[in-house]
Design a protein around this ligand. Structure first.
Ligand SMILES: [Zn+2]
Length: 160
């Protein structure tokens, strides 16, 4: 899933959890479970892992950067428009848990010699590839469209 979708789903969870520790752990769980759903980025990830294609690597890096920037913008908007009673520590830690797995993948890319980070990255992709590697992925445009629709539904649920 996009980081933006993990932010929105973490925010939705965070408004109802009430407990910071439970929120953090559920945020991580939500990330891993949502990543199981095929969402269209397997082809890009495979091209990125094949280090010979510099253009594909640049595209993947731009995709991740743009996604992270949009995720931060959406989080800023959400935090500004949600009632203050809903944006407590549990809310923040649930969002942090929901984005942590992708942060760790990024760190694993930077610190390739770290055995712990490599194992975490491998574990993350067990979830990510559970269905899409066996049965194929959906087109990226469809994956992004479905995530956008799901985010609009989630926005509607938390705000109204
Ligand atoms: Zn992920």
């Amino acid at each position: 899933m996009t980081l933006t979708f993990h932010v929105v789903s973490g925010a939705a969870l965070g408004t109802v959890i009430g407990n910071p520790v439970a929120g953090f752990l559920l945020g991580i769980a939500s990330h891993l479970l949502l990543d199981i759903i095929p969402h269209g980025d397997t082809g890009m990830a495979n091209k990125y892992e094949n280090k010979t294609n510099k253009t594909a690597q640049s595209v993947a890096k731009a995709y991740v950067s743009i996604d992270a920037a949009i995720g931060i913008m959406v989080l800023a908007i959400l935090s500004a428009i949600l009632p203050p009673a809903l944006t407590d520590l549990a809310y923040s830690l649930t969002i942090m848990g929901a984005i942590l797995p992708d942060l760790l993948v990024g760190l694993a890319e930077l610190f390739k010699r770290s055995v712990v980070l490599r194992k975490i990255k491998t574990g993350h992709f067990v979830f990510h590839n559970l269905i899409s590697k066996r049965f194929g992925d959906i087109p990226l445009s469809l994956g992004l469209s479905l995530q956008l629709v799901a985010m609009i539904i989630i926005f509607d649920r938390i705000l109204f």
